[in-house]
Design a protein around this ligand. Sequence first.
Ligand code: OXD
Ligand code: MN
Length: 650
Amino acid sequence: MAKTPKFANAKVFAWVDKWNKVCTPDKIVVVTGTKKEHLAICEMMVKNGQFIKLDQKKRPECYLARSHESDVARVEGRTFICSKREIDAGPTNHWMDPEVMKKLMLKSYKGCMKGRTMYVIPFAMGPIGNPITQYGIEITDSPYVVVNMNIMTRTGDAVMKHLGKDGDFIPCIHSVGAPLKKGQKDVAWPCAKKIEDKFITQFPEDREIWSFGSGYGGNALLGKKCFALRIASKLAKDQGWMAEHMLILTLTSPEKKQYHVTAAFPSACGKTNLAMMQPKLPGWKLQTIGDDIAWLKPGEDGRLYAINPENGFFGVAPGTSMDSNPNALKSCKKGTIFTNVVLTPDGDIWWEDMGVKAPKEGIDWKGNPCYVCADDPYRMGPKPGMTKKEIKESGYVAAHKNSRFTAPAENCPVLDKAGFNGLYNKKPTGVPIDAILFGGRRPSTIPLVNEAKSWTHGVFMGSAAGSEVTAAVISDQIGQVRRDPMAMLPFFGYNVADYFQHWLEMERTSADATKLPKIYFVNWFRKGEDGRFMWPGFGDNSRVLKWICQRIEGQVEANETAIGNIPFAKDIDLTNNDEKAKFHVVKADLEEILKVDVEGWKKEIATVGASYDEYDAKASKDTTVRSKTARRVPKALRQVLADVSAALAK
Ligand code: OXD
Ligand code: MN
């Protein structure tokens, strides 16, 4: 066993000492957060066969990792909220008694770091010193996690210094769950191979995170989903703020007026693309503050102020192209870690729908050779000379569908530096939010944009959000629509009904509820009967954002329908709509996606009602819930459901 190092902060010492005794690593390294240290760890991983160094001229300080085939996405089925009472985890979470879970997991952790180094990562979620920022200590035996955390969060000495002797933090423990025997050679991606040996566990009452068996993304980079969403959502509820699965952007109009917008879309539904979008509308400028998580706190003036707690982008690679998101591609130019993409013979990377011709040959995400397709230079297949049809039918992809880039936010050419640093008018308040967008991939029914009639109606819209399941999660339901309230389904740290109530409370407790953001539901993914997309998305989304800004300013009327306020087609600015361009607005489609599909909506409302009933059914069964209304979907939301339903029946 290694000797526990000294720490000025007694709670840090106790956390490290406890896990040193349980996990028995060979060595302990406290991460200082310097670039030299970061690169030294990357180089050590190259030597150990865990990283491939990319061509340093093309991609300075960039590396490629390939994960084990069992470890490619978040494992929702193995993610637990361990509150003392099951009802506090609520109907959407997997629950286990915290003491039972801790006992069980302690067995797995026993000796799990033998032959490995235990890294201690002090990290900040948010700019160090900002009043909204929170801190964490992640213990891990994965150098991959260390270097990804270095990009995704602010790590090292500065955090430790900020914590001082008695600064508080969220303690996190992570192990890949693959101890090494004496002399045993390590594998490229150590992890627990069996899904049932993986645990991603949150203890919201103890405010601790325990993760075991996976090395991938949200399962292992504990600052992200586990802390910044699951634990933070519980902290936020207790303390009167909000932790949300939302991008944050700054939009500047041609008149130089600034707007700040957040948007909650489920995983792999284009948050990164919207956060970095290049507006098609002349004179409009968009800047990025965050692409995945927002922490919003009510200000004394009644507005909600937001920071991005992260420091980098953990973006989905396939589909990211110079067309879809040039700023994301530029963000990956240096200091980036790629996971599960294709390696090209010249030491660069490639993925499907990158908009770049495939190399003649490459190495796919599983480490096998892959070859350019015979009749499509933008595809690769597992054998030479395969046709596009053959590749499609085989289901083969050369880069995994959930392959990722971990890129430093500072690389982003359109980063709003002040907002990213938590500043507004030079004060560390975060930025005031003007509009909140909800959305998802919905091929039918849901219009291009729909404005809530009130805060409560907006909360209803969020609660009713749904989307096609994407490859960001290991699931047998990929492609099916599932309800994903506020895009938080996998990330609630507590009971979903209480979470809805908390959203409603934000209005009741606001210093001036008229200053709360306006709420919208957007859908860039409507499809025609022939399967084509009816809205181009990407830069054309600026047309929708402009309409939203005009609504905020009271400059434009809306069609006040049963489901909300929808634009008149004439009010969507089509300047610069080049009908010959690859992506452009088709006017007939625009008319169509601004209509209320009454029959579709009746079904939609019925499914939303069914999801509420499902949530409530669990509370009804729980004998610890005494009151008939407690822990149920708030009446105010049931009322909106009834109102919309009645209006549709007219
Ligand atoms: C993510 C996710 O990685 O939502 O951001 O899965
Ligand atoms: Mn996400």
